[in-house]
Design a binder for this molecule. Sequence first.
Ligand SMILES: [Zn+2]
Ligand SMILES: [Zn+2]
Length: 648
Amino acid sequence: MALAEGAGRMRADPEGRLAMTTAGPLGGGFAICLDCGRAHPMEASPPDLPAALPNAMSKHHALLLRRGLSRTRDGYCPASDNLARIQRNLHLAQVMRTDVWEWQLPAACGEIAVTEPAARALAAALREALAERLGVEADEIVPSATPSVGPSGEARLSAFLHDRAAGGAGLVARMAEPEMLAAAVARATELLGCPEDCVRGCPACILRPDLNRREMVLDRRGGLALAQALSDRLALPESLRLFGPATRLAGRPAPALIADRLRQGRLTGLDLWLHGDPSGWDLSGWPLRRLLPRLEEAGIRPRVGILASVLTSAGMNLPVKLALHALARTADLHRAEALPQAGGAMVLCHLRGPADEQALAVTIPAEAVPGPDWGQGAAAPALIGPATAPAMGNRLSADRLIELGTGNARLLWPGAALDGPVQGFGRRFWDWLAREAPLEVGAMRAAGVTRLQYADRYLLQAHLLRLLAEVMRTAPGARAAALAVDLVGDDRPPPDARLLHHNFPDDALRREVLRHLLPGASIELRAKADMPHFRRLSVWLKDGRRLDILLDQGLGAWSVAGSQRHDFSAPAAAQARALSSADFVLRAGRTTPPHRPADDRSPTMTDAPTDADFLPLSPEFLRQHFPVARSLRRGNADLFAPSLRSTG
Ligand SMILES: [Zn+2]
Ligand SMILES: [Zn+2]
């Protein structure tokens, strides 16, 4: 989420993952006996010197002896005679999920240097300010500052706050609200003006016992200068006050903002405006579509304004019409003579509430077009303010839209016809299609199929590979057909995929698994720009004819009932075998969002870390897996930040 020019960017993540490591009380990690589990802290050893084993470990009594081992004759743990069984300098790490708020600071603030000690002082002051506003104890929130990676891969610094409670308590998430951020920065500026005029922070201003550690250097004066500079930059410049003085930063992506309003009972109506040329619309990847069922439940039927001139443009092709037709089940399509603008920015939507009406606008065209980037506010701020929606034009009939210029195409609704066990899904698919389109499927059988090609930007989840294999392997007349699949890389591969309906953690792996499922098929990972916005199964007949089957939601229209595990760490061939033999039930309907797998475990206060979450890890392992683990050498419960992505 971009903030105003020069103020950096921020994000809040309710599923933030913190890796805490500890180097132990002596700084050198722990010695751990592999035979009995006894552990003892070690001192940090000078580089290139072998670590000296603590005396307490060289001859020790067994803590809990492994099965099959017996004590030495004098009653000690057998490892006492074989010191290679004692691991040295192990650092303990723990991964915890909680609410995390990150403010990636600008590289520089005019004359003001953005340093880690200043950023840490700022984070500490923001913690005090937020705790005051929320009326909670300050030590329920943990401040920190670490290096992070900027939008173009450059080195930056981030100030972090996270909830101390494992699972998160929803405290720091409030910082993502623009009003809260502005108020907290203003209050932090006051707090940083210490009455004692201290240098490194003191109990009179921002210091708390958890920050009073040698390796956590604070620069109170630097933090004050930074807070003042950022405070000025957070104020919206005149050019961004699109809706007058009451203009605010949206503070979160447009779909999240709309969902929040809905939850808070502050939404009674919604007008959406489709900007750009239809050839650039990605209506099935438009996150707003996933909100439509919830809007429908709340009795809100959005109105969608489509510019009259694009209705007849070349980009308004069959797949776009198909997607609009699907949209029209839960929204009304309207003709619009012009799309609303505000101060040169594009208005995405008007939100009506019980008391007011507001408009949300973005300043760059790429974020105005319906698709994954719609209203993200990632590259430039998204703004909201009071505005009245212009009148909508005549209502458009979705059926009429489809009838016009679709040639010999026809529209089919499978509904629940294909639901059931995954075994036989392909057969059910073709049988159903043969009933609905007997001539076309008959031609496949009679003429024979030379080539089958499936293109889908969102074939990301593990179970979808199985569905595709089922459909391709059972296509009538296609026993000898060449198979081809076109995929696109996943923008946000999940860090912890483990269920059948989760996205693959890695594109190369996904492709490899699909290769094993469809031996001999040509499977290409293409650039997004080279792929259509719609999902299409193309069938080439031996007599030269071609049949295109456009699937509005693709195979992703069918989701897995319940949760089933899938081991994404197994070799590709083993994963393909597991997918082929997996037994699960498919249901049409609300699909799992393709971008972020739904978590089957909701974070709660009781979700405290267990012993099983603790892993003894070597510094090398940590450096490999946590790119900014450089503070490991300093030891002691530091925060490791995953690099900031611009999507949040
Ligand atoms: Zn032992
Ligand atoms: Zn002070």
